[in-house]
Design a protein around this ligand. Structure first.
Ligand code: ADP
Ligand code: MG
Length: 656
């Protein structure tokens, strides 16, 4: 007998399921795509325990009759294509007829469906290789698919799943991808009974973005539009000042489906080249429509990648659309200068600031409250978040952020503390932490602020070793200094970053980072699921010297931040930190994550390339460098300085 045998169907399905169903979020994606294909206008997604216990998607689409209910869970059974030619004219999200069968192979799946022309619904249950039904069942028009105990029969996969919070994060991302591509469809997402997103139907992509990510981002985006040889590109992209630390905000949708594409990513990078820091990424929502015949979507199991008939056309379409828009908007400021702000956004900002100023004047939170009062105090995301009018998001000054009642009771006691805190914060609220001779004479004095420590005689000696008049700053970025052996060229940002990093490390080994209260709290818009991330990492945030409170749906107020940070960098620091935490939760070692966060903090706190330094600041920076071990590399591993000995110079000039 030969060695080769045909695998049993169940095993084939399990293998297929492995490709398509990687985690609960994959189930959500497939079910949502089916609802969209069924022309639903309202879709509800209910998740329990990060999708491990339950994923339920309910739609008001066309529904299925009894025969179709029976076939829906059979492998390679689909209503979307019939013959091979159809593969080149795919107008639906699905076409392989594999999703429901794959999900059923690795879970306990129940599907109930009813067509509008039928007065009864039908139900089927499929679990592993067992199928029960279809049988008649009462149901509204449309389809509900319930997926319980995902991977109950694939322990290896189940073990691979991360925390509920992380899995839910992936689910939110999948919901975002479908919801952004289909603004006209109403969505509701709940996790363990809590409503996380409610997205009313809208004609406008901008409104959908606003409902999902907040008005601040949505209002800042610039529209783009271009048509070339039948390919139509529309969308919204960020002005350079709105850049992010990761590329996960670069969304591309092809004919209503989220895709990742290297040609488009390249075109986007090109378009922003010179406008944003090469390490940062823009926010883009690109909606591309092309003839289905001009693209092959059947090249990837989850259809996230496609093959273009003419990739040059796609590249040039995207690049030209963005370049033209940037030229029209005159968005060619040099690196890192803020782009002109939208007037409305600015007004709104003012309003929020005023509201916050009033609010915190009357409700100063207790100065030493360490824990994060998120749980319970968070208003439902369905409240003001779903308001159509962006001004609805301006927090009501009387809004009980920390849980009702508590403020009133504490008001008296706080009044005293407040006057003390205010007195203190006027001198220390995010001062521009600059290297200056006094503040940098020891690591400690810089942290405490300019006034608090006497000059350190040792450091003064060291500083004297570099004579200010022998150090030259060039291009406001590099320092050139004479050394006993020759000369050194220093990258001022990289060096200061290293120094900050070591100081942060040192502080953290002794306790929480030194923290300063902000005179006026900064607000940062984050997504509701990121609120969850903050809860999970409450302890870490406290160690970092951050004090955050929920401030209306999708907004946190920053009351205190690490003292080393400079004022303007606080919101972007908090945004990047939250981004980092939500990406990484559960994935990397806590210690490794902390290192990364310290490196990020150091980067934000450090002087930048392009900052002109006074002679005293230069000397102070060099003196600090002497006190720091490993000062030859920045925390990211780049060198901080290049040394040239006299011998090197002589060799270069061919004197030897
Ligand atoms: P595919 O989407 O690739 O066709 P699926 O396994 O996802 O494969 O679904 C199989 C079939 O079940 C679909 O072709 C469709 O006819 C039907 N179906 C699945 N979900 C729904 C739904 N929510 N509403 C109506 N019909 C559905
Ligand atoms: Mg499908």
């Amino acid at each position: 007998m030969g060695l080769i045998h045909v695998l049993p169907d169940l095993l084939v399905n399990r293998i297929a399921a492995g490709e398509v169903i990687e985690r609960p979020a994959s189930v959500v994606k497939e079910l949502l795509e089916n609802s969209i294909d069924a022309e639903a206008t309202r879709i509800e997604v209910a998740i329990e325990d990060g999708g491990r216990r339950l994923v339920r998607v309910t739609d008001n689409g066309t529904g299925m009759g009894e025969d179709d209910v029976a076939l829906a869970v059979v492998p390679h059974a689909t209503s979307k294509i019939e013959r091979e030619e159809d593969l080149f004219a795919i107008g639906t999200m699905g076409f392989r007829g594999e999703a429901l069968a794959s999900i059923a192979a690795v879970s306990d799946l129940r599907l109930v469906s009813r067509r509008a022309d039928s007065d009864a619904g039908h139900e089927i249950r499929a679990c592993g290789d067992k199928v029960e039904g279809p049988k008649a069942a009462g149901a509204p028009v449309g389809t509900t698919v319930e997926v319980r105990d995902l991977f109950f029969n694939v322990p290896a996969r189940r073990k691979f799943l991360r925390t509920a919070q992380t899995e839910f994060g992936h689910i939110v991302e999948q919901v975002a991808r479908v919801a952004l591509a289909h603004p006209r469809v109403e969505f509701r997402l709940t996790h363990d009974g809590r409503e996380i997103h409610r997205l009313p139907p809208t004609e406008s992509l901008r409104e959908r973005i606003s409902d999902f990510y907040g008005a601040e981002l949505a209002e800042a985006l610039i529209p783009i539009q271009r048509t070339e040889r039948g390919a139509v590109l529309t969308g919204l992209v960020s002005p350079p000042a709105q850049s992010r630390s990761t590329n996960r905000w670069e969304y591309t949708f092809l004919n209503g489906r989220f895709i990742r594409d290297k040609f488009i990513a390249h075109a986007v990078r090109e378009a922003y080249r010179g406008l944003i820091d090469p390490q940062r990424h823009p926010v883009t929502f690109l909606m591309l429509r092309i003839e289905p015949a001009d693209v092959d979507v059947n090249v990837h199991p989850t259809k996230i990648e496609v093959r273009w008939r003419d990739s040059n056309l796609i590249h040039s379409l995207v690049l030209a659309a963005m370049r033209d828009t940037f030229l029209q908007h005159d968005l060619t400021p040099p690196l890192a200068t803020p782009a002109p702000r939208d007037e409305d956004a600015e007004q709104r900002r003012q309003k929020i600031r005023q509201a916050m100023a009033d609010f915190f004047k009357s409700h100063q939170p207790p100065a030493n409250q360490g824990s994060l009062p998120f749980a319970g105090s968070r208003p439902s995301a369905g409240g003001a978040a779903s308001g159509r009018d962006p001004s609805m998001r301006v927090p009501d000054p009387g809004f009980p952020v920390r849980g009702s009642g508590a403020f009133v009771a504490r008001a008296k006691e706080d009044a005293e503390k407040r006057s003390r805190a205010e007195a203190q914060s006027t001198t220390s609220a995010c001062p521009p932490v600059r290297v200056s001779p006094r503040s940098s004479s020891s690591a400690q004095s810089e942290i405490r602020g300019p006034q608090s420590a006497p000059p350190d005689p040792d450091a003064a000696d060291l500083a004297a070793a570099f004579r200010a008049d022998r150090v030259l700053q060039i291009h406001a970025s590099y320092l050139v200094a004479e050394t006993p052996e020759g000369m050194v060229i220093i990258d001022q940002h990289a060096l200061h970053e290293r120094i900050m990093y070591e100081q942060l490390h040192d502080q953290l080994s002794r306790g929480p980072l030194e923290s300063q209260r902000l005179l006026l709290p900064e607000t940062v818009e984050i997504s509701p699921e990121q609120m969850g991330v903050l809860e999970v990492h409450a302890d870490l945030l406290r160690r970092l010297g951050l004090e955050l409170t929920a401030f209306g749906p999708g907004t946190v107020a920053v009351h205190a931040c690490p003292s080393l940070l400079r004022g303007p960098s606080v919101p972007s620091f908090v945004r990047d930190l939250i981004e980092k935490l939500s990406q990484q939760s559960g994935r990397s070692e806590p210690e490794a994550m902390l290192q990364e966060i310290l490196a990020m903090t150091a980067c934000k706190a450090a002087i930048k390339a392009g900052d002109p330094l006074s002679p005293e600041e230069i000397v102070a920076l060099l003196a600090q460098a002497e006190r720091v071990e490993k000062s030859t590399n920045c925390p990211h591993g780049r060198p901080t300085s290049l040394r040239l000995t006299v011998a090197d110079l002589e060799r270069q000039f061919k004197r030897t």
